[in-house]
Design a protein around this ligand. Structure first.
Ligand code: FEO
Length: 170
């Protein structure tokens, strides 16, 4: 099977976005690690692992359908944060951008009658719904916590429990 030139370009661009996501979440983890907020850091380290999983999954698919990739420069991630909530807000903005990019690929796949790519990206669009909901939920919790440091440490402990768990059904 061969994908179109246009789809090859779109998939390569998407893989670059996932590679940027790996780095983005490492930078966010670092922001928390330097203040010993290890639970928050763990949340973003696991997120980075998930992004690596996404990139590898798309990398394999690209080759399965006859494509190839040259990795070009990955943009620098955002690294200036002024609060815990700001980090999560930036994470949400980033995920919305990823969701838009995946939606564009799905739209292109329909235009090109590329049903294999259409099916492949269904998993990712579902994953985006989960990722956005997860971050939105934490932002809500942070709003409720306000400047209550005991509650903040409880959330930190909760996020310390997150583990990397790729969807085993795929
Ligand atoms: Fe790979 Fe968070 O999207």
């Amino acid at each position: 099977m061969r994908i179109s030139e246009k789809m090859q370009l779109a998939l390569v661009e998407q893989i670059h976005l996932e590679l940027l996501s790996i780095n983005q979440y490492l930078v966010m983890a670092s922001y928390f690690l330097k203040d010993d907020l290890n639970g928050f850091a763990n949340f973003f380290m696991v997120q980075s692992q998930e992004e690596n999983f996404h990139a590898m999954k798309q990398f394999q698919y690209l080759h399965d359908v006859g494509g190839s990739i040259r990795i070009s420069q990955i943009p620098a991630p955002i690294s200036d944060f002024h609060s815990i909530k700001h980090v999560f807000e930036m994470s949400l903005l980033h995920e919305r951008k990823v969701t838009q990019a995946i939606s564009n690929i799905i739209k292109l796949s329909l235009e090109e009658q590329d049903y294999a790519t259409h099916t492949f990206f269904q998993w990712f669009i579902t994953e985006q719904v989960e990722e956005e909901a997860l971050v939105e939920n934490i932002i809500k919790k942070l709003d409720m916590i306000g400047d209550n440091s005991s509650a903040l440490y409880l959330l930190n402990d909760e996020l310390a429990k997150r583990t990397f768990n790729p969807n085993p059904t795929v």
